[in-house]
Design a protein around this ligand. Structure first.
Ligand code: ADP
Ligand code: GN1
Ligand code: MG
Length: 355
């Protein structure tokens, strides 16, 4: 790792470099130097991100845009250049590496301990949306094609079931049936986009609570991280993915399904924060479709976890044998609970829209 770090313009000499965080996609390390100054070193997942130079151009452009608009450097991710001024380096195995300034005095949470932390994440993603409203979306590359194209995610699920590479099909009949029963409605958001009724905006596309850094002292929002999937997309999907992860009463991979439900109170908290910052910029239909975003993002993630389980766990990092199946089951349980609470979910958004 030291030879990789040596290629970046670091302040001080590295004294340690350890695995860090709980992301499912990249390999993340915390590098501490004798300066003392800390950095985040990441090996970018090039199996998933097939055009890393384009991805890094997106991140450079987006972080530069954000940096021009915020006054506190802890409010935006900062890339550290290589010795020759590049945004990343490549090792002799062809792997791509990048370094960010470590946001000091920050924390990333997998679960909100209190509603205000979740509210803070809503402010962070709402501000992110607002600050990028004037960013030229057509200059961004699509880092993962069809990322939130839910019908395409279903096609991948059907193909995985057909191939049954890992021989697990017999084990997932109930989950597959649950997903298939909802296949037609899962296309609603994409249909609205294709008919031109919902606008394409610059969105984050991976708005989990642990992709926001909060100040460790008062737990106020500092900055949004994990910018690999910043692309043109739908606001309701950004809202929805936050709800899926953060307004659930249990973890994304909870095995005990009776613990998994939608907290309407956390849902309302998030809607309050998000709409207080970016609500004025949204069209009436964008606001109206926020609950649909929550349901479809949860369904889509369930479909993706199930697909990965059928394919033999090749996409997400797992830490136990049936991890992806547990994740899929928890998502589907959350979808089922959202269906029960559908009227309230919509009523909450209608109330906020009027306020
Ligand atoms: P992944 O795509 O694998 O989720 P992330 O970019 O989200 O990777 O990083 C994984 C974790 O590393 C984050 O959840 C966070 O805890 C930590 N992290 C990433 N970037 C920074 C940073 N600049 N400062 C502090 N912590 C960071
Ligand atoms: C991945 O990178 P990370 O862990 O923040 C995934 C998201 C999923 C999420 C589920 C690029 O997010 O789309 O919603 O796992 N990111 C990518 O936890 O596929
Ligand atoms: Mg992440």
């Amino acid at each position: 790792m030291l030879n990789i770090l040596a290629q970046f313009r670091l302040d001080g000499a590295p004294v340690s470099c350890e695995r860090y965080g709980s992301g499912h996609i990249n390999e993340t390390y915390l590098a501490v130097t004798d300066a003392p100054h800390s950095y985040i070193l990441q090996k970018i997942n090039r199996r998933i991100f097939t055009d890393v130079p384009a991805l890094m151009r997106n991140i450079q452009a987006v972080t530069a845009h954000l940096a021009r608009k915020v006054s506190d450097p802890r409010h935006v991710l900062t890339l550290v250049p290589t010795l020759d001024g590049g945004a990343y380096c490549r090792d002799d195995q062809g792997e791509y590496w990048r370094v960010y300034e470590f946001v000091t005095g920050g924390v990333c949470l997998n679960r909100a301990e209190n509603p205000d932390e979740f509210y803070q994440s809503a402010l962070a993603f709402g501000r992110f949306q607002t600050l990028l409203a004037d960013f030229p979306a057509d200059t961004l590359s699509e880092t993962i094609a069809h990322f939130h194209d839910t019908p395409a995610r279903y096609r991948a699920l059907h193909a995985a079931a057909e191939k049954n590479t890992a021989g697990r099909l017999g084990e997932v009949e109930a989950e597959l049936a649950f997903a298939c029963q909802r296949e037609a409605e899962a296309a609603q958001m994409v249909n609205l986009l294709q008919s031109g009724t919902l606008p394409l905006r610059v969105t984050h596309n991976d708005t989990k609570l642990n992709n926001v850094i909060l100040d460790e002292k008062d737990h106020t929002a500092l900055c949004v991280i994990d910018l690999d999937t910043v692309m043109p997309g739908l606001v309701a999907n950004d809202f929805g993915d936050s709800i899926r992860f953060g307004a659930s009463t249990a973890a994304e991979d909870e095995k005990e399904l009776s613990k998994v439900s939608l907290s309407l109170s956390l849902y309302e908290t998030y809607a309050d924060g998000f709409l207080s910052v970016c609500g004025a910029n949204l069209t009436p239909l964008e606001t109206e479709t926020l609950p649909l975003g929550a349901k479809l993002m949860t369904l889509e993630n369930g479909v993706r976890f199930l697909t990965d389980y059928l394919q033999g766990d090749t996409y997400y990092a797992i830490s136990r044998p049936k991890h992806n199946l547990d994740r899929a089951r928890a998502q589907f349980k959350l979808v089922a609970d959202m269906e029960k609470k559908w009227a309230e979910m919509n009523a909450i958004i209608r109330r906020k829209a009027k306020a």
